[in-house]
Design a protein around this ligand. Structure first.
Ligand code: G6P
Ligand code: MN
Length: 445
């Protein structure tokens, strides 16, 4: 079985390859093709993968190419993990937004819109090529903003593209664990958009255990989301929000914290990874050791400003091990081998969340089998959550429209309608600022 990874020179590719190495089952991936625009990044990552495979018999073969069509042909699965504009682009997304006093996070608010605007045209081109060259392949989208990018691709690939994120899984695992339940035996009643969802229940042996958690301030304050949002607010909400909702519920504090840091997240990762890829150019570097050190530092500092604002302290050791690769592998196995399972994924709504239309990509528990991912119908969200979901989906639709018609006016509309952008004038200045710094937005006229 052939797996193609787009963005194959990306820093997190060794996580995926490491997960593949643990898979010894029949029908596993035997061939990995890495595609990237940048040769030196491919070379660096290939070195890490070679060290990972050194002690594993029958490790999947790895080849690398900068030819996209060649990479796509014959693929059974395609992981799309591209980053249009690189981490320099991410740092600029943050900088331009903060200059206007709004948030520039890569998936939330102005930063997410800017990143979406330059990623959608590239993702659409990939989707069209896949439809032509590998029509039977399944595409798993890792690229942020994951829900929006998946929806763009689904217009060309239908339900053969599925978006993934590890934050709902991590959230469900943490809740189950504090409740003393086995995460694998729990059904997580979670729904929303990517990075904009809520856990409303957690069923174990047919019983909803979430009320027990919400009633117990000690339990509630003992894990990441409890520390981030505070127990009082979680009890008021009666649900546990995805950690990215911290940017909404505590917007003023997070914007202030981000304005005060020496380096924003994107700038930190840009510099950290530049150093890693530089190190990889030296033939005597121990590749896997250097990669692992860099990875550990990245994990430890994830959402550091949010945690600082909330006084949440360090991350729990269990939260430091990533998770994307596990979701991707579980999804791929379920489809390729009909290993039926339930996963929270980004798929077309198809009526699962009645307030949105059938084609809107949402994040929702899905039954997965050889026929793909089937969203489970869920209870309606409360009004406050419905409001946010509909507002942000409306913004995503404007981003898709702007990417389609190339209109600056439509781009301004996308920014202006976002709940975290507080003036149409700010939206206008954001479009000016972003088009100045991002060559990938030159199509906006
Ligand atoms: C979480 C999010 C992802 C994000 C990742 C890394 O897993 O769900 O969407 O890509 O963290 O975040 P970072 O700030 O390290 O790039
Ligand atoms: Mn995510």
């Amino acid at each position: 079985m052939k797996l193609t990874i787009l963005g194959g020179g990306g820093f997190r590719v060794p996580l995926v390859y490491g997960a593949l190495l643990t898979d010894r089952g029949e029908g596993r991936v035997t061939e990995v093709v890495l595609h990237d625009l940048d040769d030196s990044r491919l070379y660096a990552v290939a070195r890490v993968l070679a060290e990972q495979a050194a002690t594993v018999p029958d490790a999947p073969t790895v080849t690398a190419t900068t030819d996209l069509d060649e990479a796509l042909r014959g693929a059974d699965f395609i992981f799309s993990a591209i980053r249009v504009g690189g981490l320099e682009g991410r740092a600029n997304d943050e900088r331009v937004a903060l200059a206007q006093g709004v948030l520039g996070q890569e998936t939330v608010g102005a930063g997410g819109i800017a990143y979406g605007l330059r990623t959608v045209p590239v993702a659409v081109d990939i989707a069209q090529r896949v439809a032509r060259l590998a029509p039977d392949a399944w595409v798993i989208n890792f690229t942020n903003p994951a829900g929006l990018v998946t929806e763009a691709m689904s217009r060309h690939l239908g339900d053969r593209v599925i978006g993934i994120c590890d934050s709902p899984v991590g959230l469900g695992r943490r809740i189950a664990t504090v409740l003393g339940a086995n995460p694998r035996e729990a059904f997580i009643d979670y729904v929303g958009l990517n990075h904009l969802g809520w856990v409303r229940g957690l069923r174990v042996a047919g019983r909803d255990e979430l009320p027990r958690l919400l009633a117990d301030p000690d339990l509630l304050g003992s894990f990441e989301e409890g520390k981030l949002f505070g127990t009082d607010w979680l009890q008021s909400l009666g649900a546990i929000p995805n950690e990215y909702l911290h940017y909404y519920y505590f917007n003023r504090e997070t914007v202030r914290a981000y304005s005060e840091v020496e380096k924003t997240r994107g700038a930190f990762l840009r510099d950290q990874q530049a150093q890693f890829y530089d190190e990889m150019k030296r033939p005597d570097t121990a590749a896997l050791t250097a990669w692992d050190r860099t990875r550990a530092e990245r994990e430890a500092t994830y959402m550091a400003e949010n945690r600082e604002t909330a006084g949440a302290g360090e991350r729990d050791a269990d939260d430091l091990s990533g998770g994307y690769e596990k979701v991707a592998l579980a999804l791929m196995r379920a489809i390729a081998r009909d290993e039926r399972t339930t996963l929270i994924l980004n798929v077309r709504n198809q009526g699962a969340l009645s307030v949105l239309d059938a084609d809107a990509v949402i994040e929702v528990p899905c039954l997965v089998d050889a026929n793909g991912a089937h969203p489970v119908a869920v209870d309606p969200l409360p009004d406050h959550a419905t409001g946010l979901v509909c507002a942000v989906k409306g913004v995503e639709r404007e981003v898709l429209a702007a990417a389609g018609n190339g209109s600056r006016t439509t781009a301004v509309k996308a920014f202006a309608l976002h709940p975290l952008v507080d003036s149409v004038n700010v939206a206008r200045r954001l479009v000016e600022g972003y088009t100045e710094v991002h060559p990938g937005l030159a199509y906006l006229k």
